[in-house]
Design a protein around this ligand. Structure first.
Ligand code: BTN
Length: 255
């Protein structure tokens, strides 16, 4: 059984975020789904919700997110935000988490955490409007799943990576403790200043930079970093193409 250090996470984060709470549930369908349900019911207080077991974890593009209790860290941070521009939030979150973990952790646009070209974790951000809908503020649900220990590779194109490859003694609680306060600080920084302050930090960890990529529509090109708004820039035969759609998946081309 994991002993979550909820109190020390709360102590580190509460000064940054008034009304913040930490909640650990032994089982939930999905921490993202739960916070989205609460937001729709008018509950938009800032919270970090950990699910020890998710029975219906969700990934991007409608995929399932499989995880086993103890072997992975699955949580969502929910908070009200009103950035002038939401573009690049998932990249900023990736930068924050990668920097808290290890210099070897890299980012695969738009929001995968990678270790030696294998997926270490993923980010799923959803937002809900609340109140009368006239204000620009929304409730952001920032869901993060990180593999802590080895997990089955069946059905995956490349085997996953896990945190204990880097930090042999790590557990979900320690990893959460390590990344929670910097994450909240960075998300609040994003709400103030947008993606711009994260641009160089993303560049420093960009796993695709100068590598051949294939877009999901079959277009081949070379990744050339990200724009000021967080779009992936791809050199294709038709010129430099900014990729913004979250429906586009990008993979290193077979060499
Ligand atoms: C992806 O890489 O496709 C994103 C995965 C996001 C998974 C996390 S686990 C916690 C939160 N709850 C969910 O149902 N999904 C996110």
């Amino acid at each position: 059984m994991i002993r979550w250090q909820s109190e020390s996470i709360w102590e580190a984060v509460a000064p940054l975020l008034a009304g913040f709470t930490v909640e650990v549930l032994p089982e939930i369908d999905s921490t993202n789904s739960e916070l989205m349900r609460r937001a729709r019911a008018g509950r938009t207080e800032p919270v970090l919700l950990v699910g020890e077991r998710q029975t219906a974890g969700r990934g991007r593009l409608g995929r399932a997110w499989e995880s086993a209790p103890g072997d992975s860290l699955t949580f969502s941070l929910g908070l009200e935000m009103a950035p002038a521009d939401w573009s690049g939030l998932s990249l900023a979150v990736g930068v924050s988490v990668a920097e808290s973990l290890d210099p070897a952790v890299r980012l695969k646009w738009p929001n995968d955490l990678w270790l030696q070209d294998r997926k270490l974790g993923g980010i799923l951000i959803e937002t809900a409007s609340f109140g009368n809908g006239a204000a620009t503020a929304r409730y952001a649900v920032i869901g993060i799943g990180i593999n802590i220990a080895p997990r089955p590779a069946a059905g995956l194109a490349t085997p996953p990576a896990w945190v204990r490859e880097l930090l042999p003694q790590a557990d979900g609680s320690g990893v959460l403790q390590r990344l929670a306060a910097p994450l909240v600080r960075d998300v609040l920084g994003f709400a103030q200043a947008g993606f711009r302050p994260f641009h160089a930090r993303f560049d420093a960890r960009d796993a695709l930079r100068d590598r051949p990529v294939t877009l999901s529509d079959g277009t081949a090109g070379t990744a050339h970093g990200v724009s000021e708004a967080g779009a992936l820039l791809v050199h294709t035969a038709a010129g430099l193409r900014p990729i913004t759609s979250s429906e586009v998946s990008v993979r290193p081309a077979a060499s």
